[in-house]
Design a protein around this ligand. Structure first.
Ligand SMILES: Cc1cc2nc3c(=O)[nH]c(=O)nc-3n(C[C@H](O)[C@H](O)[C@H](O)COP(=O)(O)O)c2cc1C
Length: 350
């Protein structure tokens, strides 16, 4: 059981502190924790109160988190994140426009940032400007610095956030990638930024400590469907398969009856990708058991159930009831409420 990455917006001044260390320590019986998305540079930020990983102060903050998790025998990867166009000037250096693969804005998308009045709240994301060809290489180097910082902070590895409509996916999808350079056009070109970054980060951290998260067919944050989507992800599967990574972490964005990462996709993906596959999205014990037994995935990731059940692993092992998470406190400023106060199950009450 993997704890899926979840932004909780509880960090002041972009530094993970004592509360964050306690939050992950409480959940360290997960086979692997993947942290909340962690911006690799000021430009990579898209939400207020999120911890970063570009400065030495941030590394020191993360060190307290990894120490807390390791002290109780857990393992933790940092999720390295660049939101691309899904940002707002109030989070950008010198209030610049956010960057993207192209100049295509995300329509009707909000982010949690600073309003003109200086308060924190939901605001529309801003129109992006396209990264130049040279800048794409610079962003890859920002990821490498993030990965080196993660190693310095004693993380067990890193996960590149290639999912949910953020920068890597903005390159993968031809609707948002309108480029005419070597990063746009064909499937190979649209995948190049992601694969180059995987390779550079692997040089620093060792490929077996690098994972990647992907969300095939997701339309989250105004990502239109496109004809070559399946071919794009199967191309990635075969390329990633040659790289001896820690894992590929897939997300199903339509959990429940209408799975969009169902057998139709998992069977060919598994045929192309020989390494470890994690799947997240509406995961249950039964579904995880079925998919692992049939060899379609290796590990199951759980998101929201881990918010409300720090002892989710023990609850599932014993068939104990689970607490329902309170959605209103998913993202919380500096508050510990809905963050650190979910109780462990007391077997004496059975
Ligand atoms: C509050 C919240 C924050 C999330 N933040 C992230 C994130 O930072 N990075 C990411 O890749 N996915 C993020 N997700 C998606 C989860 O990792 C997971 O894929 C999703 O919740 C589906 O799994 P579940 O049905 O078990 O919750 C977030 C989900 C929630 C509910």
């Amino acid at each position: 059981m993997v704890m899926a990455p979840m932004t909780r917006a509880r960090c002041v001044d972009t530094i993970a502190g004592a509360d964050t260390a306690e939050y992950y320590r409480q959940r360290a019986t997960a086979g692997l924790i993947v942290t909340e998305g962690t911006p690799i540079s000021p430009e990579a930020q898209g939400y207020a109160y999120v911890p970063g990983i570009w400065s030495s102060k941030q590394v020191a903050g993360w060190q307290t988190v990894t120490d807390a998790v390791h002290d109780v025998g857990g393992r933790i990867f940092a999720q390295l994140w660049h939101v691309g166009r899904l940002s707002h000037q109030s989070l950008q250096p010198e209030r610049q426009r956010p960057v993207g693969a192209g100049a295509v804005p995300a329509n009707d998308c909000m982010t949690f940032a600073f309003t003109d009045e200086g308060t924190v709240g939901f605001v529309n994301v801003a129109e992006p400007r396209p990264l130049s060809t040279e800048e794409v290489g610079r962003v890859t180097r920002d990821f490498v610095r993030g990965a080196a910082n993660a190693r310095e902070a004693s993380f067990d590895g890193v996960e590149l956030h290639g999912a949910n409509g953020y920068l890597f996916e903005q390159f993968l999808n031809p609707s948002t990638n309108t480029r005419t350079d070597r990063y746009g056009g064909s499937i190979q070109n649209r995948a190049r930024f992601l694969l180059e970054t995987v390779d550079r980060v692997s040089e620093v951290n060792g490929s077996t400590r690098v994972g990647i998260r992907l969300s095939p067919f997701s339309d989250l944050f105004d990502m239109p469907a496109y004809a070559e989507a399946a071919d794009t992800y199967l191309y990635l599967a075969s390329e990633l398969s040659r790289r001896d990574l820690a894992y590929v972490h897939l997300i199903d964005q339509l959990p429940g009856g209408d799975r969009i990462v169902g057998d139709d996709f998992l069977v060919p993906f598994r045929a192309e990708y020989g390494g470890t596959i994690i799947l997240a999205g509406g995961m249950t014990r039964d579904l995880a058991g079925d998919l692992t037994e049939r060899g379609l995935i290796d590990l199951a990731a759980f998101g929201q159930p881990f918010i409300a059940n720090p002892d989710l692993v023990e609850r599932m092992q014993n068939g104990w009831p689970q607490t329902t998470p309170d959605r209103d406190s998913y993202y919380g400023g500096a508050g510990a409420e809905g963050y650190l106060d979910y109780p462990r199950f007391d077997p004496a009450t059975v």
